[in-house]
Design a protein around this ligand. Sequence first.
Ligand code: NAD
Length: 468
Amino acid sequence: MTEFAMIIGGTRVRAASEFDVMNPSTGKLIAKAPNASAQDLDRAVAAATSAFELWSKRTDAERSKACLDIAGKIGEHAEELAQLLTQEQGKPLNGLGSRFELGGAQAWAAYTASLSLPVKTLQDNEQGRVDLHRKPLGVVGSITPWNWPVMIAVWHILPAVRTGNTVVIKPSPFTPLSTIRLVEIMNEVLPAGVVNVVTSDDRLTNIGAAMAAHQDIRKIVFTGSINTGKKVMATAADTVKRLTLELGGNDAGIVLPDVDPEAIAEGLFWGAFINNGQTCAAMKRLYVHESVYDRVCNALVAFARNIPVGDGQDEKSILGPIANQMQFDKVKRLVDAATQKGRVLLGGQPGQGLFFPPTLIADLTATDPLVFEEQFGPALPIIKYSNLEDAIAQANDSPNGLGGSVWSKDIEKAKQVANRLECGSVWINKHGAIQPNAPFGGVKSSGCGVEFGEEGLVEYTDIQVVFS
Ligand code: NAD
């Protein structure tokens, strides 16, 4: 069994205790991960603080090259990382699974290398000159979830180091191994201490909470649930940390009457079921106009029933198991309640272990938990509407505001509806497609701040204005 250690100051560090990491496809132990203590976190922050002195003074070109080199390293090690990710997360190697995630991680790293934040001259005249500089913050604490752990680690780490910060990352206890290996690989091109990783089981030591409270961490970039995000925000207030919070979503898709149901079925399916629905900006509620309702339901069933579900390491699998027991129990609870009220079109009953087949449940309404709670799993509620105003109101009647989508042949009409949705990203005839040059973030309780593009990069800096 491979030995996994934390990476602190460029060296492998064992913890005094360890915790088990399980394969959700088989229920078997893959490896033990280090369970960091508060002192281990202090050591990692101290290493990052000391590395900041040098790293923040490197030239922009040097830091850009380092990010590009990281992209190259991710490419070189993509298959190894994909195999590890599949073992601990369960997602298949193929389809929109681990190899896809590694491709995304490499692309994001390379794009981030190409971004920069040059000094902006705000004024240069006889009254004087005013220059706006973007300065790195110091040590950034990154806390990641278990759904897209490698890609999200890259989303956090790359803009931080690109702008001259140093990082301590703490992955989810469900998926620590791919992040440990990713950071190890990054350390082949970065100076010691620029990126450090500590891992812990929240039930043993809550290192995430300790990071939010830490005096020497200047920013937390957090991706995870709304509940934990609120705790991070409250704790971070004491040290006035900068925050980027990418939290939960309950994205609505609205299907207008003019669609061709068979033509949109594949896009609807993957909008909802990418990564088994365990995706922040997956479609989690589908509103369909009554005139096309039955045909959309039938077309979705026809597409979904042919998707191979199986062990993530089986090359034939396109969807895997739910990633962990906690999430499985949540999905089962919501589906059980929905089957009492709605019409099960497909699935509805769990399989072996953590497997749960793609589940489509029609005829649900706003009061059903599968509609108003974030399921984060392979179960889509379908809601019939007759009045578009009502569908828009229902879509917006949520504390979340991450993404949304509108499906129609009439793009202008769809854009008008999109404009009225309360969410950070909205797609026409697709759902959840993100890209490194477009800022991504939530409104309302789905978070604060954005990632990606120049807007995402500035979140890792403070402004200093020089008047001369
Ligand atoms: P989670 O909130 O349970 O855990 C996220 C991370 O926070 C983990 O690393 C965990 O160990 C850590 N943590 C636990 N307690 C903490 C505390 N008190 N202080 C600080 N950190 C703590 O979330 P999860 O179940 O891993 O992820 C699923 C959720 O993440 C879903 O709600 C999903 O929508 C959301 N998500 C959002 C985005 C986005 O970009 N908006 C992307 C992916 C996932």
